[in-house]
Design a protein around this ligand. Structure first.
Ligand SMILES: [Zn+2]
Length: 117
């Protein structure tokens, strides 16, 4: 189950995951602290979390936190890599899903041993 967050909400979550406080996020995004508070309440509600710290944990586990608005696929993962950045959780999750799909696709057929008379 993947819950959807808006790009704005993901941006706030990303900054929270970097350890910024509400007022620090507000300064970083040039927004009012009350705007960040509102976005965080929406995030907590959307993820059915107890509070914003809980929401960061849940979103990380579900691969919802993205550094950029279009994070969350293989192309975005490679972009982090090219830029020398550490991939964000959304892109790591996308890459892990792709690797799991590739492993499943390239699984060799089971070996059937021929019976020798
Ligand atoms: Zn990313």
């Amino acid at each position: 189950m993947r819950r959807q967050l808006t790009a704005q909400q993901r941006e706030v979550l990303w900054l929270r995951a970097q350890g910024l406080s509400g007022p620090q996020i507000a300064r970083h995004l040039s927004l009012a602290v009350s705007t960040i508070d509102y976005r965080e309440r929406c995030i907590v509600h959307a993820l059915d979390a107890a509070n914003i710290t809980n929401a960061v944990h849940l979103a990380t586990a579900e691969g919802l936190i993205g550094r950029y608005a279009d994070c969350g696929d293989r192309a975005a993962y490679l972009r982090h890599w090219r830029r020398g950045e550490i991939a964000c959780p959304a892109c790591k999750a996308a890459n892990a899903r792709r690797q799991a799909e590739r492993r499943a696709a390239t699984q060799p057929p089971p070996v059937t041993r021929e019976l020798t008379p």
